[in-house]
Design a protein around this ligand. Structure first.
Ligand code: SF4
Length: 374
């Protein structure tokens, strides 16, 4: 299983909580796309196989790509790679960019899954977040996508802000369930230093995030969404009818992927690389062929591979296989894992020699993983 990730590093405006790489200067978007095409060509042999199981357009805001830019990127994929039957092609979109014309255009290019950045159904909260849509637009955009024939739709929601009590969060979840989408990502709001929210927080203009509220909202999401037929398959992700996100699941399963674009990460043969998070330097390196290093990489040691396996496995329904730890990492690692997990009996189960965190375990996933790290 291999996939390609395209990072589209542009947004119309900055959401207050967002720590991803993007620029609001759209005037050089053609240059960035041209540079990305060069990067695809340069890295055409990066993956162990040419056959792709997924393509993911993330960002930033992929729904700002013009018709021509999107066609160029997909043509490059078809030139250097082949797609497996039923390959998942996901496009992250903002509700305000959803029009019938765009929906049909994306469909025409083979995009078969939309990930819609709804974030909230509360207009005051959406304004506070500095999003470009309101709740009516969010709901209508999902319905418009369904009317055009998209049957794989994910929506993102954020919980934990000062705007949502448990009751309000329940109402948001019910709205999401009523929309009949097959995938929901529910993220806990986090305060990142470099963001506007981070700065307001530092200046004490925003209250601390209430961790008890977050915990209650996490549990509410689990209960309501499972009752509505969703499987809670990763800490922040829920899918109906096994429609788990193929591309993202491959990250959690440590499968190879190639990341194209400023700030994009790649992974293969236990080597991780990451592109520079700067559009101009990226353009200079790939288009103007200036001698600038536009990416860095590191080979993961056995210890780092083990730690990553534990971290990712425990966060998802894939769990941590004891056989895999023993055969892949060796006796020292399995002994360490087994002896350290013993004290955590209340937080995990073992089925078929694979360790899975319980819901209570997921509430403490980071802490538990760090206790099992070497
Ligand atoms: S959350 Fe999405 S739309 Fe908002 S600034 Fe970040 S990347 Fe852009």
């Amino acid at each position: 299983m291999s996939g390609i990730y395209f990072h589209i590093p542009f947004c119309k405006k900055a959401c207050i909580y967002c720590d991803f790489h993007f620029s609001t200067k759209l005037s050089n978007s053609d240059l960035v796309v041209q540079a990305m095409l060069n990067e695809v060509e340069l890295k055409q042999n990066f993956l162990p196989q040419k056959r792709l199981h997924s393509i993911y357009f993330g960002g930033g805001t992929p729904s700002l790509l013009t018709k021509k830019q999107l066609a160029l990127l997909l043509n490059a994929v078809h030139k250097y790679f082949s797609l497996s039957e039923n390959a998942e092609i996901t496009f992250e979109v903002n509700p305000e960019n959803i029009t019938n014309e765009n929906l049909k255009l994306w469909q025409h290019h083979g995009i078969n899954r939309l990930s819609i950045g709804v974030q909230s159904f509360n207009d005051n909260e959406l304004t506070w977040m500095n999003r470009g849509h309101n709740s009516v637009k969010a709901i209508n955009s999902v319905k418009a996508a369904q009317d055009v024939g998209y049957n794989a739709i994910s929506i993102d929601l954020i919980f934990g802000s000062k705007f949502s009590s448990v009751k309000q969060w329940e109402e948001s979840l019910k709205k999401a369930i009523d929309l009949n989408v097959d995938h929901i990502s529910a993220y806990n709001l986090t305060i990142e230093k470099r963001t506007r929210l981070g700065k307001s927080f530092e200046l004490k203009r925003e209250p601390e995030i209430d961790s008890q509220l977050c915990e209650n909202q996490f549990l509410t999401a689990h209960t309501l969404l499972e009752k509505a037929g969703f499987e809670h398959y990763e800490i922040s992700n829920y899918a109906k009818q096994q429609k788990i996100a193929v591309h993202n699941s491959n990250y959690w399963l440590q499968k190879p992927y190639l990341g194209i674009g400023p700030s994009a990460h790649s992974f293969t043969n236990n080597t991780r690389s990451w592109n520079i998070a700067n559009n101009n330097i990226y353009i200079d390196a790939l288009l103007k062929k200036q001698a600038v290093n536009y990416f860095e990489s590191e080979h993961l040691s056995i210890k780092e591979q083990y730690n990553e396996y534990v971290l990712l496995g425990l966060r998802s329904k894939f769990g941590c296989s004891l056989n895999y730890i023993e055969t892949h990492f060796g006796s020292h690692y399995i002994k360490h894992f087994e002896s350290n997990i013993k004290s955590l009996a209340a937080y995990y189960t073992t089925v078929n020699n694979t360790v899975y965190l319980t819901l209570d375990g997921w509430l403490l996933a980071d802490k538990i993983s760090s206790m099992l790290f070497i």
